[in-house]
Design a protein around this ligand. Structure first.
Ligand SMILES: C=CC1=C(C)c2cc3[nH]c(cc4nc(cc5[nH]c(cc1n2)c(C)c5CCC(=O)O)C(CCC(=O)O)=C4C)c(C)c3C=C
Ligand SMILES: [Fe+2]
Length: 423
């Protein structure tokens, strides 16, 4: 097939919604819309180029300088999965990321991951639960953990950045081995939890034999609307969470705090970032027995408005040095006070989670899937060390899970995820 013919096929791309209509009419025969073509070629190992479809509804672009799901605003649902790599060679791993590249572009266009065939003796190529749903602002963010580089069969030891190490043990950690580490991570965020789940399910499915699942966590955020503007979401302690973040629209700030710059690390990571993931249980029952004034003193902010204590506006300066009646207005053991004692800044992009009952205590197993992006892991480590044993928030939380991943830079059109790593 010539490049031109291929392009004219791609122009006829069809969404999952349209696919449903077609499937209803033409149950027999291969549904070979243009969207089927990449999948067929994928299966043949030809890895064709799947472009972003600007006409797709509620779509985030896959291609760009940086991966999606990092600076992308206001995520609602997440399906995060940490994977073990079982690929036997670098070539196998590289092939997996090539296939994931096309599949990700398809998924983020709101299409089936692979075309359906007429052969009813075969399992359907797409698992199907997102049929009829649009792209739902799906973002996909891929990362690699320190343990991937220890696998001799992959021959990647020399590519490991020296700062890509397991996070150190912190004073209040009570980590559960079921929620620690991983060779590869996928963060799928979407407005619809089923779209996020469908994406991860199909990516993992297509990588059978190359990855196994290690641990996963779902999460959610809800947004109060003021006019058309989404407000900072509240965590399960009812406090606005994300106020003090760097501005994702400010390129200077993002380059300073989040995006790895050329010369900072291994060259394959330029334009990428480090992702710290912490599964933090929040002891809701204890919190709910705590007086409002003590809750507010825990963070140094008012619960309703999110404003610094004694101030009115969420975005007002913290005024850490303010003293009233001989005492600091912002308690020196409050979470925000301690976070601000170090110069480092991070981009927090966390989600609440609720996973039923903690069988040991009969309390909620609920909390925060804390995710932060930073250009160097030490930014996260320095802040966490500043909290140490002092943070008043420690009384109400327990860190249960931990992982660190280096997230690839964005994918250029025609290239693939992690291309610079697998050269
Ligand atoms: C090491 C990094 C951090 C962890 C872990 C963490 C856990 C955690 N945080 C909250 C709730 C809030 N955090 C807030 C601010 C804040 N938190 C961190 C870092 C970690 N938090 C930073 C860097 C900041 C910003 C400081 C600043 O410069 O202003 C706030 C206040 C509002 C806000 O800015 O988002 C809340 C609320 C919970 C519940 C939690 C663990 C479960
Ligand atoms: Fe925090």
């Amino acid at each position: 097939m010539s490049e031109q013919e291929e392009q004219s096929f791609f122009k006829k791309e069809i969404s999952r919604r349209e696919m449903l209509k077609i499937a209803g009419i033409g149950g027999a025969g291969i549904i070979i819309g243009a969207s089927a073509l990449p999948g067929v070629l994928n299966a043949l190992g030809a890895n064709p180029f799947v472009d972003d479809d600007p006409s797709a509804e509620n779509k985030v672009n896959f291609y760009g300088k940086h991966q999606s799901g990092i600076a992308t605003k206001d995520p609602e649902h997440v399906y995060f999965v940490s994977l073990n790599c079982t690929a036997r060679s670098k070539a196998e791993l590289k092939e997996m990321f090539k296939v994931w590249t096309n599949q990700s572009a398809e998924l983020m266009n709101g299409r089936l991951v692979e075309p359906y065939s007429s052969n009813t003796l075969m399992p359907p190529a797409d698992t199907g639960e997102a049929t009829g749903l649009d792209a739902s602002h799906l973002t996909l963010t891929f990362g690699v953990g320190p343990s991937l580089f220890e696998k001799k069969e992959l021959g990647l030891q020399h590519m490991k950045p020296k700062e890509l190490k397991d996070l150190p043990h912190f004073p209040k950690d009570q980590l559960d081995p079921d929620y620690v580490g991983g060779d590869i991570s996928i963060q799928a965020c979407a407005d619809d939890p089923q779209v996020a789940f469908h994406a991860v399910r199909n990516l993992v499915r297509s990588a059978r034999g190359k990855v196994t699942m290690r641990w996963s966590q779902t999460g959610f955020n809800s947004y109060e609307m003021k006019g058309k503007r989404k407000q900072t979401p509240r965590n399960l302690f009812a406090f606005k969470d994300g106020t003090g973040n760097p501005d994702v629209d400010n390129v200077k700030e993002m380059n300073k705090h989040v995006w790895v710059q050329a010369g900072d690390s291994k060259s394959w990571l330029s334009g990428g970032t480090y992702m710290a993931v912490r599964r933090i249980q929040m002891h809701l029952e204890t919190w709910d027995r705590t007086a409002l004034s003590a809750q507010e003193a825990t963070f140094g902010r008012h619960r309703d408005s999110g404003a610094p204590l004694g101030k009115k506006g969420e975005m007002d300066d913290m005024g850490l040095d303010r003293v009233e009646n001989g005492s600091p207005v912002i308690p020196v053991n409050s979470h925000v006070y301690l976070a601000k004692q170090v110069k480092d800044r991070i981009l927090r992009r966390s989600f609440s989670y609720s996973d039923g009952v903690d069988r040991k205590t009969g309390t909620f197993d609920a909390g925060l899937l804390f995710i932060s992006f930073q250009k160097h892991p030490k930014q996260f480590i320095n802040i966490q060390n500043s909290f140490g044993r002092v943070d008043k928030l420690n009384e109400y939380i327990t860190h249960r899970g931990s992982a660190l991943f280096a997230c690839f830079p964005g994918v250029k059109k025609g290239s693939y995820l992690g291309a610079e790593l697998f050269v």
